[in-house]
Design a protein around this ligand. Structure first.
Ligand SMILES: [Zn+2]
Length: 450
């Protein structure tokens, strides 16, 4: 690893973080896409910035290896947008200034996933300096709306998927888990977000009317309650088509580091886990079971003290985490149908956004090669955790659907990196090991004679 390259690219990372590219506010979005275009061009790549959708998509295509026209392609997927930095008063450093402190780098996006992109670019620069062209065809796809459900990416794929064709997708970011294992993940759960609402009058009424007028919130809450019975989601067809995980996928889930006892203590959980004390069942559910969650319920008076009002409307926000076999819009429709069937036709479901789930095949040859390399760089088999899917959500389905390539997600974060939270950070040593991993991966592929 070249100290000079690490330093140069860390300075560029600082510029990248300074761009404060919050997709939710459309803040510095085109500016950040331009910055990346320039950065990729400096590395010798052909760059296209697609602007058909609101959020530009940056696509960098490095030259095909000279003597290896049939060499496999690796596509790196990242996003240049970040979450808002609020609340600012909880940050110990300025979120938009990359700051080194206590062996860590702090800044909004450093773990999700600006630091990852720059670790990758540093590795590539190192490799290019030392060996010339890498043994594989390298592409980078960097979107600008990942933090708002990857709006527009589907349309981009519909138009340009042929350009992005690849044999392996290296996914945006990742982290070490709490016991310091590098986590390599092969997919994501999906999500369906929707709102339930009721409306009962043109104005909020004096609450004395409650003796004779039915309230919107009663209907909303009763409707919500009817969707859940004995700890199960009581919606007809909700579990239809849900793909069973393979035996290997289940085994990988059982090996996952996840301690229900610790989480219970740390978060002071008042209720038992839905699966009881069966740790493997909890791990399987976390990775392979769909869920239905109430994000919030609002309506009427929610301020201080008392206001005796009979609210004219109520709204509840929901998200359902989905697994392969489920479709976001279909799930919202099924909720509406169930409400009608339960006698709550006045509760309306409005679909807001969704992401289709995807689970990768962790036995693909390039993924196996990557796992072997990671085990050697991080110090052994027990230093790497391989998961067929994460419990979170990302646009991996579209990538697999259009590109038909396996996915491996890993990155330079750790369990305390706090992506989306104040004081987001990465450990400098992890950042540098992340650079080493990719350099080693390129070298191994080179030696392997592809
Ligand atoms: Zn994020």
């Amino acid at each position: 690893m070249s100290e000079k390259n690490i330093e140069t690219y860390r300075q560029k990372l600082a510029q990248y973080i300074k761009l404060s590219s919050v997709s939710a506010k459309y803040q510095n979005i085109p500016e950040t896409a331009d910055f990346l275009k320039q950065t990729f061009e400096e590395l010798g790549s052909k760059v296209q910035v697609f602007t058909d959708e609101k959020f530009p998509l940056v696509f960098a295509d490095f030259p095909v290896p000279d003597e290896k026209p049939g060499a496999p392609t690796i596509l790196f997927y990242n996003h240049y947008d970040v979450q808002p930095a609020e609340p600012y008063d909880l940050w110990h450093t300025d979120p938009w200034t990359l700051t080194e402190k206590d062996g860590k780098l702090f800044g909004r996006g450093v773990a999700d996933c600006k630091g990852d992109l720059f670790a990758r670019l540093t590795a590539l620069k190192d490799y290019l300096d030392e060996n010339g062209q890498p043994p594989v065809h390298i592409k980078f796809l960097v979107e600008g709306a990942e933090e708002i459900a990857s709006q527009g990416i589907h349309s981009y794929f519909e138009k340009y998927a042929d350009l992005f064709k690849t044999d392996l997708i290296i996914w945006e970011s990742g982290k070490k888990n709490e016991i310091g294992q590098l986590v390599i993940t092969g997919g994501n759960k999906g999500i369906s977000c929707f709102e339930l609402s009721t409306h009962s009058a043109s104005i909020d009424l004096h609450s004395s009317n409650a003796a004779v007028v039915d309230g919107a919130l009663w209907h909303l809450i009763a409707g919500i309650a009817s969707l859940h019975k004995d700890g199960k989601i009581a919606v007809e067809g909700f579990y239809d088509g849900v793909e069973e995980p393979s035996e290997r996928a289940k085994q990988l889930a059982h090996k996952m580091y996840y301690s229900p006892t610790k989480i219970k203590e740390e978060d002071h959980l008042e209720y038992p886990f839905i699966q009881g004390d069966d740790e493997n069942a909890i791990k399987e559910a976390l990775l392979f079971a769909p869920s239905l969650n109430i994000e919030g319920v609002s309506g009427g008076y929610e301020g201080e003290s008392v206001k005796t009002v009979l609210p004219k409307q109520g709204v509840a926000k929901f998200d359902a985490r989905l697994v392969p076999g489920q479709d976001p819009v279909d799930i919202a429709n099924k909720i509406q149908k169930q409400l009608e069937k339960n006698g709550f036709g006045d509760v309306h479901v409005k679909f807001t956004m969704g992401v289709t789930p995807y689970r990768s095949d962790m036995d693909a040859p390039l993924i196996k090669q990557l796992i072997t390399t990671a085990e050697s760089v991080y110090g052994g088999e027990d230093k790497v955790e391989v998961l067929p899917t994460s419990a979170g959500t990302g646009p991996s389905y579209d990538f697999n659907h259009f590109l038909d390539a396996p996915i491996a997600a890993f990155g330079v974060g750790n369990a305390q990196s706090g992506p989306h939270a104040p004081n987001e950070n990465v450990v400098i040593k992890d950042y540098e090991t992340g650079i080493k991993l990719l350099e080693q991966f390129f070298s191994n592929l080179h030696e392997k004679e592809l």
